[in-house]
Design a protein around this ligand. Structure first.
Ligand code: PLP
Length: 410
């Protein structure tokens, strides 16, 4: 009989958002008359920008004609998109990225999970806590995390707690860690690191031969000047960091699927013999074997986000979500809740009143107001005592949700 990868059996229950979906389904069945409003899952609600739709329609037309038809594309992405990425996302910040350093994908989830394929199973890992669950779960699958302990932590993972007490700023570990996941602006806390804070992590990585896996899926939501949009704004980060980006939250591509990963040619890892080897060609090799590229139609749509109209339209949708975030933050604070995030991020990290456990507060809000949130503890042990709200809803729904919450909290 075939043997199963037993690492998968170590994963607790379901993926967080499946658990939430199940609870919401039960609520809907038992409360058919309640209009449920979701401030829970980080999915967008506003349609694609007109410039994107036009480009995708045109790309479909290309597929109807023998001369402009596209079959398998380059695994690393079409040059027309890679060039726009470099020209718009990096060059204006004085970051020099070569075309061969960008790998277009079908979203950041795939690559933040798959990157472990090219890294030894014995690497030690470190994560900020709370954190986007994919980083931990994908390492559980790879057998890197050890065992799940009673406190909700994995025995071989170093956690960097991000708490109210430390302004959600993680502290450097007092020992060496091989791989460190950082996500800024952060999901779920909605908080960020200043350049000075991020520099400490880059310096740590350079001194300790650590590889930083930097998830910048929410960089488009940054409003403050001192917050880096890319880890490569920090000197020498190109020697120690891989960066993940996504069109999902920037341009509403959660259902279209497109993102990209930057692996600078200078980023090295070591063999067991101590020889340094660049990760860029190894990832390229991995992608050529396991990934057949993001669809032409999708990449044309992504490229359209960089046109003048595309940029304006995308920006106006981001502003719409950030207006929700500001409105929500102000209203929740007025209701007496402590709210973090929501300034450089579409996420609000809300402290539960009277130390109510996250899941209990989640259920109370769901059953008493019909509003879906996300329990903070689902993102890691340090998320206990918080819930996460997203500002990706319709403005009118946000207002209704805030009204219901204000009445309930009185
Ligand atoms: N990274 C973070 C931090 C996220 O919050 C998400 C989605 O919510 C992703 C990556 C996944 O993005 P994508 O839709 O590009 O797979």
């Amino acid at each position: 009989m075939a043997l199963v990868n037993e690492n998968f059996l170590k994963l607790p229950g379901n993926y967080l958002f499946k658990d939430i979906a199940k609870k919401v389904k039960t609520f809907k069945v038992t409360h058919p008359k309640t209009k449920v409003i979701s401030l829970g899952i980080g999915d967008v609600t506003q349609p694609l920008a007109p410039a994107v739709i036009e480009a995708m329609h045109k790309a479909v037309d290309d597929m109807t004609n023998k001369k402009t038809f596209h079959g398998y594309g380059p695994e690393e992405g079409y040059q027309f998109l890679v060039e726009e990425i470099i020209k718009n996302d990096y060059a204006p910040r004085n970051i020099y990225i070569e075309p061969g350093e960008v790998f277009v994908n079908d979203g950041a989830k795939s690559d933040t999970g798959n990157i472990g394929d090219i890294l030894n199973c014995d690497n030690s890992i470190g994560v900020t806590d709370p954190i986007y669950p994919v980083y931990i779960d994908s390492n559980v699958m790879a057998g890197r995390t050890g065992d799940l302990l009673n406190d909700g932590k994995w025995s071989n993972v170093t956690y960097f707690p991000c708490l109210e007490e430390n302004d959600f700023i993680p502290q450097l570990p007092d020992h060496r860690v091989d791989l460190i996941y950082l996500c800024y602006p952060n999901n779920p806390t909605g908080t960020t690191l200043t350049k000075k804070e991020l520099k400490k992590w880059v310096n740590y990585a350079l001194e300790n031969d650590t590889l930083i896996l930097f998830d910048a899926a929410y960089e488009a939501y940054i409003t403050e000047d001192d917050v880096p949009h890319s880890i490569y704004e920090i000197k020498d980060a190109k020697k120690c960091a891989i960066e993940f980006r996504s069109f999902s939250k920037t341009a509403g591509f959660t259902g279209v699927r497109c993102g990209y990963t930057v692996i600078p040619k200078k980023v090295m890892a070591s063999t067991l013999n101590g020889e340094k080897t660049p990760l860029n060609p190894i990832w390229d090799r991995r992608q050529c074997t396991k990934f057949n590229g993001t669809s032409y139609i999708t990449q044309r749509g992504a490229a359209a986000t960089y046109t003048t109209e595309g940029k304006e339209q995308v920006r106006s949708t981001i502003d719409y979500y950030m207006n929700n975030a500001h409105t929500m933050k102000a209203a929740l604070e007025k209701s007496g809740l402590k709210v973090f995030g929501g300034v450089n991020s579409p996420y609000l990290w809300v402290k539960t009143p009277n130390d109510t456990p996250s899941w209990k507060f989640f259920e109370e809000i769901l059953y008493e107001t019909g509003i879906v949130t996300t329990p903070g503890v689902g993102f890691g042990p340090s998320g206990e005592g918080f819930i996460r709200l997203t500002s990706f809803g319709n403005y009118e729904d946000c207002l209704e949700a805030l009204d219901r919450l204000a009445t309930w909290l009185k």
